[in-house]
Structures are given as C-alpha cells and as structure tokens.
Design a protein around this ligand. Structure first.
Ligand code: MG
Length: 607
C-alpha cells in the first residue's frame, strides 16, 4: 500500500467524522436535560452517563465509568438501595418499569426511576433514567393531605351537628333560667296555658304583670355583666318575696320578669304590683356605690280561656311600654286604647319626622303685652305640627313624643332657626322687644347648649337682646350647676331667661332667688282659679310679691277676661299673655315687619 489513501478510506473517514460530530451533538444535547441518564453493561457497570447523573451521584464521569451502578447511587430515605438488588439480571423483563423512590421526606426529594434495555446490543446493556419527581410527588402528597383534612372536617362537622341537635333537644327540655333559677319563657308559656285552661271550669281571670327594670343596661355597662347577673339574682329574690301563694315568677330574658297571678279583683293586682315595686326599690350596694333599682310594670288580664298565650303576653308587654312613657314610669294596665295609642304614636312620630325634614312645621306667635300701656312687649314662638285635613297639632300633643324619641333636638333646632330668620326680616325691632322660645329640659341638659344657641344667633346677625328662652323648673333639678352656668352665659350675651309655667311643678319659692332668670311666667291655672279659689289667690299674690322682691319681671299666662287682667294689674304684675290680648297666629310678626318693627300697635288691633 502506498502512502496514499484509497477513495473508500476517504469515504469511511468522512462517515466516521460525521458520526463523531453527531455523537458529539447528541452528547451535548443529553448533557442539557434534567433527567439523569446512565447506560450500563449487562452486569451493571456504568458505560456512559450524562451531566445530570454526575450531579446525582456527586462524582465526575471519570470516577464513574466502569464502576457497578449500585455502589454509586445514593440510598433511599428508609436505608434500602435505590434500585433492587439483581435488577440488571431482570433486563428486558423489567423494561418500561417505572417506580418512585424517596431520597428524603423533609425536605421531600423523590426520584422516578425507569429503565429500558438497549435492544441492539447483544449483551443487553440497559439505559436507566432517574427523573426528579419531587414536585409531582409533593403535589400528590399535598392532594392526599387535603383529602385527609377534608375528611376530618366533614367528620367534625357531622359531630358538631349531632352535638348541636343534642343541645337543642336538651335546651327544649330546660325550663329554668340559668342565672336566676326562675322558670324561663318556655315554662311560663306552660303555666299560662294551664291557667287559661282552668278558666273553662271556673270563673276568674289570669293576669300577667310584665316587669321591666329601668336603667338595667346602664348598670351592665357601668359595672359589667357579672354585677348585672348578681343584680338579676337579687331582683329575683326580692320579687319572689312579694308573691302570693300560687303566683308564678318567671324571667323572660334580659331585664324582663313576668308574674303570673290569678289574684282578683283589680285592687288585689295593683296591690301586688305595688308590693313588687316596693321590694325591688330597696337600695342595692355595688362596688362602693348605691343603686336604686326601679321597674315599670304592665298589667294585662283575661277571663277568656280562648285568648292565646302570645296575645296575653303581648298586651302585658305593651302596657309595660305605656308605663315607661309615664312620668313616674310606674304601672300601666292594658286596654284597647293602649293598642290604639301605640298605632297613633307611630303615626305621629312619622308625621313629625317628615315635617322637620321637609320644613313643614309652622310657628305661631302669641303677643306678650305690657299690662300698663297695652303695648306689645314681645312674642312667644309656639310651634305647630300640620295634622290631617289641614288641622294643626299643638305642642302638648307631640313634644312628649319628641322628647321620648330624641326628635326634640332637631325640632328645637328647627324652631330656633325659623325664629331667627323671622327676626332677621324684621328690620328694626324696638328696644326691649323680645321673642321667647321654649326649650326642652333635654336640650338644656346637653353640654355646650349655650354656645350652640349663640352661634346660631350670630350666624343670623340677630342681636341676642331680642331673644328670651323659656325654661321649666324641672331642668334645674338635674345638674343645676352646669345648666345654671350655661344660662348665665346666655344672659351675659344679652338674652333673657324666663321661668315658664311657674307654680305648676315642683316650685320651690326658696329656689327662685338662686336661679339665673330674668322673669317668671305664672302658670295659667293660678290666673283661672285665682278668681274663685281664695287659697290659690293668696298663693298667686305671694308669688307675684316674691318675684317683684327679687327684681324679676312677672308675666301672667292665660289671661282671658278683663277681670283677670285688672286683678293682675292690681297685684303689680307687669306683663300678660292670653286670649284677651291675642291668640297665637302666624301673621303677627309679618304685620310688625310691615310696620318697620314699630311696636306701637295696640293690643286692640292685635286681638
Ligand atoms: Mg312657654
């Protein structure tokens, strides 16, 4: 052979070169995949592996080649070999087999192992693939865990449901209030049913006394529920002492107690109500202070065995609400009027709310006249609520409701606002001319009321000298000091304070000297009755004298006749108000306005 290569040799060389480069590309490609690949001989020695396998066994390829695969692989988490002993003997029998092994559980690491025989090789070498299946296994484990906890949740739910049903079954059997040991609502229902049923055979009546504590919520808020519970126990003890034989005391919940009695006649029932209140009213010491418990009692009776228990309880409840609205918050008896009253008061409340909101209230002004010269010295602003069919509802019929429902504040603000804008229109009111506005004790109880009033006045650019507020004595009974201070603030600004309805309430003559007032308005009952009741006449005389001694102006309210007017003049009373001088009317201020605020218009023109 010469040194020159034959064409065939050249072709082989090219083929070999091509194969090399193909293998090189294949090798490079296999190096990039994540799966660890290894080819072993038939007896399990490594012939070839890729880069991922090097990482799996943490050894470079040079130290791996020709070594038994078993000796290179890491162990499973349970200490067993990664692939079963004698695996290579199974050869093609295990072809395509795939299984997952765990290298560790915390953190989880798993491998999926797959092997295939390389068919073309007679000594049956095998290709093994180790695939990291941690993510898939974790997901499966997670799935399993979720399913397990879902099963646990369902089991717990069923158990809870069973428990609840059991509790409800038990509660249905419970007839006692857990705090006081008294019969509960359910037990009371049974007692009333029986009592009503007995009415079929005997004449008589079943009566409920619905008792509701006053101010129990405040005690709970102030001292906490434990003290509240102690009070309930004490109350149960006290009320029980007042019961007669055969009476049943039950606690409905909250601060509501009901006494079921068959006592008759009505007088007996009232005596029972009185005993209950007396027993309850004893002072109760709590955490160093003394509480005076009180309650409102609603009474409802039936001699009709067919009346439902619910209706009887409803009536007693309604009567209790009626009792709460009364001044003494004492006792009220159900009758159909209460039902009707309730409906009416709901209607009235709606009407008042709407009127305030939509500016539909009306102010009527009644003149206050100087009794010596007949001139109009001022006006009292009186609010009217438009009623059905163009009627007007008088304050006496809606102020108590406004006070009960808190509407009094927006009502009071509306009145003052309207009076101020009316006064604004009156260009030059004469010196000393005042418009009087009535204030509810509730308004005066609000801290900062004086500042709020003065702000409103200034906003309208009206002088406070043209305003007076009329207050009643009751407002001075609660928090007299603070209220007095705020009234002084108004007086310093130029307003006057008039004591309204003097003589009608808790009037105490000795107080008069201490009150921050400029005038007293003597209640109309003294003017009306003073003419035929000599005792009233003497009190009237003394009141006027006392007021004058204290340098207070005196306004006589409700003067209707000339004789009454003359008497008041003789007593030295300076001002008068009443039908004789003019009814309250919406137009007086207008006509005063037209007269440019000239107040020389005589009472005759106004009357
Ligand atoms: Mg008044």
């Amino acid at each position: 052979m010469s040194g020159t290569a034959s064409p065939r040799d050249d072709a082989d060389a090219v083929l070999i070169e091509e194969l090399r480069s193909t293998l090189g590309r294949l090798e490079a490609a296999l190096a990039t995949i994540d799966d660890a690949l290894v080819i072993t001989t038939g007896d399990g020695r490594v012939q070839w592996c890729n880069a991922s396998f090097e990482q799996l066994v943490s050894l470079p390829r040079l130290l791996v080649l020709d070594r038994p695969l078993d000796s290179l692989l890491p162990q499973r988490d349970d200490g067993l070999p990664l692939i079963p002993p004698g695996w290579h003997g199974q050869g093609a029998a295990a072809a395509g087999e795939r299984f997952t092994v765990f290298l560790s559980r915390e953190p989880m690491r798993a491998l999926e192992i797959e092997w295939e025989p390389v068919i073309s090789d007679p000594s049956r070498p095998l290709v093994l693939c180790f695939r990291d299946s941690t993510a898939r296994v974790s997901y499966a484990t997670l799935q399993e865990e979720v399913e397990r906890s879902e099963r646990r949740r369902l089991q717990a739910e069923v158990a809870h449901q069973q428990l609840q049903e059991r509790q409800m079954r038990l509660a249905a059997q419970v007839v006692e209030c857990p705090v006081t040991g008294l019969p509960n609502r359910r037990a009371l229902h049974t007692h009333i049913t029986r009592a009503l049923r007995r009415l079929r055979n005997t004449h008589g009546a079943v009566t409920l006394l619905f008792c509701d504590l006053n101010g129990f919520k405040e005690i709970n808020d102030l001292y906490g529920h434990q003290v509240g519970d102690e009070l309930l126990i004490e109350i149960a003890r006290r009320l029980r002492r007042a019961l007669g034989p055969g009476d049943v005391l039950a606690r409905l919940g909250g601060d509501e107690f009901v006494v079921l009695t068959t006592a008759e006649p009505e007088g007996e029932v009232f005596a029972l109500a009185e005993r209950l209140q007396q027993q309850l009213g004893e002072p109760w010491k709590v955490q160093g202070s003394v509480v005076h418990p009180s309650m409102s009692v609603g009474i409802a009776s039936s001699s009709d065995p067919l009346l439902s228990v619910e209706e009887l309880v409803r009536r007693a409840d309604l009567a209790m609400y009626e009792a709460k609205t009364r001044r003494d918050r004492g006792v009220a008896c159900y009758d159909e009027r209460i039902d009707q009253n309730m409906r009416q008061s709901i209607e009235l409340r709606r009407r008042l709310e709407r009127a305030i909101e939509q500016d539909e209230l009306v102010i009527h002004y009644q003149p206050i006249v100087n009794l010596h010269d007949g001139q109009i010295a001022g006006l009292e602003a009186l609010v009217r609520l438009p009623g059905p069919e163009a009627t007007l509802i008088l304050p006496g019929d809606f102020i108590p409701l406004a006070e009960r429902t808190g509407l009094i504040f927006s009502l009071g603000a509306w009145v003052l606002e309207r009076v101020l804008s009316d006064l604004q229109r009156l260009a030059t009111p004469g010196a000393g001319f005042r418009v009087s506005v009535n204030m509810s004790p509730l308004e005066l109880r609000r801290q900062g009321f004086a500042t709020a009033i003065l702000e409103r006045i200034h906003r309208h650019g009206v002088s406070p000298k043209h305003l007076a507020i009329e207050v009643t004595e009751s407002m001075l009974i609660t928090r007299p000091d603070r209220t007095s201070r705020e009234l002084q603030e108004l007086r310093r600004a130029g307003m006057q304070v008039h004591l309204d309805d003097f003589g009608s309430g808790y009037s105490s003559m000795s107080w008069l000297a201490r009150l921050p007032i400029d005038a007293v308005k003597i209640d109309r009952s003294f003017i009306a009755e003073g003419s035929h009741d000599p005792r009233k006449a003497r009190v009237l005389e003394a009141m006027v004298q006392l007021a004058r001694d204290l340098d207070l102006e005196v306004v006589a309210e409700g003067i209707e006749t000339e004789e009454q007017e003359q008497r008041m003049v003789r007593l030295g009373c300076g001002l008068g108000q009443g039908w004789r001088f003019g009814l309250p009317s919406p137009d007086i201020l207008e006509s005063l306005g037209k007269a440019g605020g000239d107040l020389s218009g005589s009472r005759a023109e106004q009357a």
